[in-house]
Design a protein around this ligand. Structure first.
Ligand code: 8YV
Length: 320
């Protein structure tokens, strides 16, 4: 009998995959930094029982209609806005994501971004590298304090809580807004639930950790930036689509807000021509929130466990 077949849409380390090779016919796109072309994915998916996908692949109705054997799509991310989950459900295809395993790592990066933006770490590094450091000055590259300031977390899920935990260590006042109250987080972390407008009005740091949905698309726009303090710093580690990027560029240029730290963009990858990269009061990262060796390894293992579980009939560990 033929072995069940798994397709992986990006080159991932062989040693993680090898342990499944006796049981499965495993194929993968052999490039690490380039997404699989759609026409190849369309071909591969026709034979696959399971696939491991990245955010760069649109797993839409048209693609799923070409996959007669497909039982499971394991997305290498906690977010799954690249997948038409309803279309998959209609076909009985299980979608899985990688929650929990990346929360602390993503929160670390969120905080690194917040600190780098507030304390102008990248500018300061470039300042030395370009031989501008000639003397001491009282306000040389003076940033803004983090400790004892107010942080507003938009989206108090697992990553939001991990951000709050870090903020507590910095003696910050923690506000949050979420679809539902999180009483545990309130008790454990001293976070206070406020309306979205209140959060914008009171926070020194506004951190977006919301998933991209119809409700959160362009949640941060001209109106919302105007509701924030002129001294506030906006941090986005969720999805670029939750921001109206033109409005953000305007807000940063015109000092409607002070600065922004961004790990995600509407259309990724961006390049040096992007208007956000022309601004000094912005720190940009290439969507590396969960990118530590330990966490990406664990995410890949979890995807493989999910695919194996569904194909072997035990079920998925982390279905969405
Ligand atoms: C991705 C992310 O995993 O988990 C998410 O939703 O945005 C990241 O952690 C990463 O970009 C790989 O697709």
């Amino acid at each position: 009998m033929n072995k069940p077949s798994i397709y992986i849409t990006r080159k991932i380390p062989g040693e993680l995959v090898n342990i499944y090779e006796n049981q499965y016919d495993i194929r993968m796109w052999e490039k690490e930094e380039e997404p699989v072309p759609r026409e190849i994915l369309v071909k591969e998916i026709q034979h696959a029982d399971g696939i491991i996908s990245m955010l760069s692949e649109k797993i839409d109705e048209e693609l799923l209609s070409k996959a007669p054997h497909l039982k499971v799509v394991a997305n290498l991310a906690v977010g799954f806005d690249n997948i038409n989950v309803d279309a998959a459900k209609k076909r009985g295809i299980i979608i899985t994501n990688t929650p929990d395993v990346l929360s602390e790592t993503t929160a670390d990066l969120g905080f690194a971004l917040l600190m780098a933006t507030a304390r102008r770490v990248i500018e300061a590094n470039n300042y030395i590298k370009t031989d501008q450091w000639k003397n001491w000055a009282p306000f040389l590259l003076a940033g803004t304090d983090i400790h004892h300031k107010t942080i507003g977390i938009v989206g108090m899920g697992r990553i939001g809580e991990a951000i709050a935990k870090r903020a507590k260590g910095f003696d910050m006042e923690i506000l949050y807004h979420n679809r539902s109250r999180k009483e545990e987080a309130e008790k454990k972390l001293g976070a206070s639930y406020v309306s979205f407008d209140e959060l914008l009005r009171l926070s020194d740091y506004v951190v977006s950790v919301v998933p991209l949905t119809d409700e959160t698309k362009r949640l941060f726009n001209k109106d919302t930036f105007r509701k924030m303090k002129p001294s506030s710093i906006f941090i986005n580690i969720s999805r670029g689509g939750v921001v109206d990027e033109e409005a953000l560029v305007d807000a940063l240029k015109n000092k409607v807000i002070e600065a922004a730290g961004l790990d995600v963009f509407k259309n990724e990858p961006i390049n040096s021509e992007h208007p956000l990269l022309k601004l000094n009061n912005v720190v940009c990262l290439p969507h590396i929130g969960s990118s530590s060796i330990e966490t990406r390894t664990r995410m890949i293992q979890l995807c493989l466990e999910n695919v194996d579980g569904v194909i072997q009939g035990r079920g998925a560990k982390t279905p969405v």
